[in-house]
Design a protein around this ligand. Structure first.
Ligand code: 6LW
Length: 549
């Protein structure tokens, strides 16, 4: 009887927890988290709150769809709920190269409407570029077509409203610009003004305005988005200045003696948010310096820190102005865990690729279809190496330092020179590919090759006896991408181990991170098709690193 009572009581207590969507179990904790909170190339985060729901967006550069949108209840566990720019009519990425396209976005909620403002920097290639606003009733979409703001030159726009007026701040080269916008047409009212030049470091950028205790606070990043990145803040009693720097700037930087050995570096590009309980938090980007010698692979990732912001005082980030991967000391909001996502993507029973899959530039979506529980990729003559056109290529981010990626695929209608496979892709000038290729005698071979700048090399070829599906596997550590293949799905034979160092952001340049994706390419008139059965992505344990040197 007692047991039955306890059982019923436990069930009753569990109800409100299981009753909520996204909540897996009752292992709630209010202490601690790990950075990054959104791993993989998700830089320049901006966040807004509606009730106790948080919405976050990040920049996306040359990839489509653009500007991923995430939802969270606790600022720690984020689920992607869509992409803001998911129709070609919203974004022209057609001719931009690596790290062109969509720079830092801002998301805000004002009078029942969500606003996202960002910059398409492809001004040289399209007249549909510059700073623009899209709006939505639901942050998951659909979002409107863009309204471009005429005459605003620069990047990193952000919005602020007060007394029915709408204001824009942005990074205009070496200063922060400010102007009022017409709240209906989003066009400038009057002349823009410089309101702050920052504290003298390079690249004052990513501005956001907040009001607290009668002051306007202007938060920016400085130092550039590398090792010297930092967060500075100024305040004024008037919205258009003059702004006075915080004497304790920078309020966040890893360029301190205490944080020099942290794996998390380059922290900056912040946004502040106050939770419903009154606590303040900062989202910002940081990268994990895992390859060694100040090289990273996964891009700039979204991170979190607590902020103490006493009345009339300047905000203090994480108590000490620097952060770490391990934030287990932090008293957090009540944590709401997400359902464990499946590691295996397949196309059985009508399943399709989710929001996290991206294409370069504006993809030709007719080249991607589903049939017989497979994803089919039609090859074209546009190569992965092409910096400005869209090859048949769809990919997901590397989100873990150590992981194992396996896929099963085959090639149909192959002619000599056709190539379909799996790539570790930093950009068109830097990728490691394992592929099925069409041989002149009509057979198929496996080819492992790489492109690093002007160097293109075939590292290994293996003859195949059949055209059935093969399995490619990449064992990933901080230092290497180790490729192997199987023809029976059981026994994997090694192909080669490639250094990760050469694909790093510091080697290749740019603002993005590593992707794993399938591609299909051939000579003009190719009819080859890549038939994909599945991809399995198994995260490994973090930071069990091997020396890269
Ligand atoms: C972004 C700028 C920056 O627009 O890099 O990290 C640019 N900060 O603010 C691209 O991410």
């Amino acid at each position: 009887m007692r047991k039955l009572f306890l059982f019923l009581l436990a069930g009753f207590l569990a109800l409100p927890i299981f009753g909520q969507s996204n909540v897996l179990n009752d292992q709630r904790t209010e202490k601690g988290f790990q950075n990054p909170v959104i791993p993989g190339y998700y830089p320049d985060p901006s966040v807004c709150r509606v009730g106790d729901d948080f919405y976050l967006v990040t920049s996306s550069f040359q990839y489509f769809p653009g500007v991923p949108v995430f939802h969270s209840k606790d600022l720690i566990h984020w689920e992607q709920i869509g992409n803001v720019l998911d129709r070609p009519s919203q974004v022209d990425l057609s001719k931009g190269g690596a790290s062109s396209g969509i720079f830092a976005p801002t998301i805000r909620f004002h009078e029942g409407k969500y606003y996202m403002i960002t910059t398409n920097i492809n001004l040289m290639f399209t007249n549909k570029a510059g700073n623009f606003i899209v709006t939505a009733d639901n942050p998951a979409g659909p979002w409107s077509d863009p309204v471009f703001i005429e005459g605003v030159m620069g990047i990193d726009p952000s919005l602020y409203w007060e007394n029915g007026k709408m204001f824009l701040v942005w990074s205009a080269m070496n200063h922060i610009g400010f102007v009022e916008l017409d709240s209906q047409t989003y066009q400038m009212i009057g002349e823009p003004k410089n309101i702050w030049d920052g504290d003298g470091d390079s690249s004052p950028e990513g501005p956001h305005l907040y009001k607290k205790d009668g002051y306007y606070y202007l938060l920016i990043a400085e130092g550039g988005t590398e090792m010297g990145h930092k967060v500075n803040i100024a305040r004024s009693s008037n919205i258009d200045g003059p702004y006075t720097s915080n004497p304790a700037n920078p309020i966040l930087t890893q360029k301190r003696r205490d944080s020099a050995s942290s794996i998390l570096q380059g922290t900056g590009h912040p946004d502040l948010i106050q939770a419903a309980d009154g606590s303040w938090w900062m989202v910002y980007l940081g990268f994990r310096d895992t390859v060694g010698k100040q090289h990273h692979l996964l891009g700039r990732e979204t991170c979190l820190a607590p902020v103490r912001w006493d009345e009339n005082a300047w905000p203090v980030v994480n108590g000490k102005g620097w952060v770490d991967v391990d934030m287990s000391h932090v008293q957090t909001l009540p944590q709401v865990l997400l359902p464990q996502a499946s590691n295996k993507v397949d196309f059985k029973d009508g399943k399709k690729l989710g929001f996290e899959w991206i294409y370069t530039n504006n993809p030709v979506l007719d080249n991607y279809s589903y049939a017989n529980n497979q994803l089919l990729l039609k090859a074209t003559s546009v190569k992965l190496d092409d910096p400005t056109r869209t090859p048949t290529f769809v990919a997901r981010r590397q989100t873990d330092v150590n992981c194992v990626v396996t896929t099963s695929m085959s090639m149909k209608n192959a002619k000599a020179g056709d190539r379909v496979g799996l790539t570790v892709y930093m950009e068109s000038r830097g990728h490691y590919d394992v592929a099925l290729i069409g041989a002149p005698d009509g057979s198929q071979q496996i080819e492992l090759s790489y492109r690093l700048g002007e160097i293109k090399h075939v590292a290994k070829t293996v003859k195949l006896n059949s055209k059935s599906a093969v399995q490619f596997r990449i064992d990933v550590t901080n230092s290497h991408y180790a490729f192997s293949y199987s023809t029976d799905g059981k026994e994997f034979l090694p192909l080669a181990k490639m250094d990760s160092f050469f694909l790093s952001t510091e080697t290749m340049g740019g603002f993005t991170g590593i992707l794993f994706g399938w591609f299909a390419e051939g000579e003009a008139g190719t009819r080859a098709v890549a038939a994909i059965d599945w991809m399995d992505y198994q995260p490994g344990s973090e930071y069990k690193s091997q020396s890269a040197f």
